[in-house]
Design a protein around this ligand. Structure first.
Ligand code: ZN
Length: 222
């Protein structure tokens, strides 16, 4: 599986299918790709905040991917004329042959003042590789359970502080989940987010994970 980082919390997982998560492209000053260039077959959105929902509706209207999201977000997509499968926390669905499980996240979720269901994370299983995208989240004890239940090889974790975990708390998350590889996200996009994550890199490596830092546009092969 190839993971491509498009900045902020947006990742594209390419294997037997192309899975796109949290496509915040047009509003992202660091994105190197244009939303019109993305051709996902599966589209996932962790929660309704604009820096995650981003270009999801326009991309979905153009490429008609299979979408699996928390129930309230699914209703929102359907209102925009986009098909979406509604799910809820710890439930799974198969989308274009890719197994997706919705996981808890400790965060809020709204769009234009409208409640958009729980904020979530995802466990994505494709071609034998399990990727845990935590979404925006604070630290929570179920991360240990998620590590035990799913043994994700790759964890995508926010480290930017203010709206999510700080670099230091994200180390604790890595200690609980125990992934082989961890890729930091949700930092540096805006001035209020952490600009440097040296403490995370050092701590996560001490916890036994390989830290892969990707610049927007860069990829990593698992
Ligand atoms: Zn958020």
């Amino acid at each position: 599986m190839k993971l491509t980082y498009h900045g902020h919390s947006c990742f594209e997982l390419s294997g037997s299918r192309r899975v796109l998560i949290d496509p915040f492209i047009s509003g992202n000053p660091l994105a190197k790709v244009r939303a019109e260039e993305l051709e996902p077959e599966v589209l996932l959105v962790t929660h309704g905040h604009e820096d995650h929902l981003g270009d999801a509706v326009s991309i979905a209207k153009r490429t008609r991917p299979e979408i699996g999201v928390v129930h309230e977000l699914a209703v929102f997509f359907q209102e925009q004329g986009v098909e979406a499968v509604g799910m809820n926390i710890y439930g799974s669905a198969e989308l274009a042959g890719v197994k997706v499980t919705l996981l808890p996240a400790l965060h809020s979720s709204s769009y234009g003042g409208r409640y958009m269901g729980s904020a979530c994370g995802y466990l994505v299983e494709m071609d034998g590789t399990r990727v845990y995208h935590t979404g925006d989240t604070g630290l929570f004890g179920d991360m240990r359970l998620i590590g035990e239940l799913f043994s994700p090889q790759v964890m995508l974790v926010p480290v930017g502080d203010r709206y999510t975990m700080s670099p230091g708390l994200a180390v604790k998350a890595v200690e609980m989940v125990k992934p082989e590889v961890v890729i930091p996200m949700h930092y540096r996009t805006f001035p209020v987010l952490a600009q440097s994550i040296g403490a995370f890199t050092e701590g996560a490596e001490k916890a036994g994970a390989k830290v892969v830092v990707l610049e927007p546009g860069e990829s990593y092969e698992v």
